[in-house]
Ligand binder design. Sequence first.
Ligand SMILES: [Zn+2]
Length: 74
Amino acid sequence: MTGQQGSTAVAEPPPPLTVHVTPGPAREDWCPTCKAWTRLLGDILLLTPDGVSVVGTWTACEICDDPSEEAGRG
Ligand SMILES: [Zn+2]
């Protein structure tokens, strides 16, 4: 007996969560800044093995969120 006790118990990593976050279908939304229907709004869907759940909403205005507009500002 050497008294050596090798710890062979390796902690197994948790199983990978197979979840996917995907934007839902976009629909037109009113942009209060542009005062026009230039904004897109959609649900943020979380796909899990248990099903689909809405975790939030996303909005994007083609006018307000135009990156080229922000570059020339100043
Ligand atoms: Zn806008």
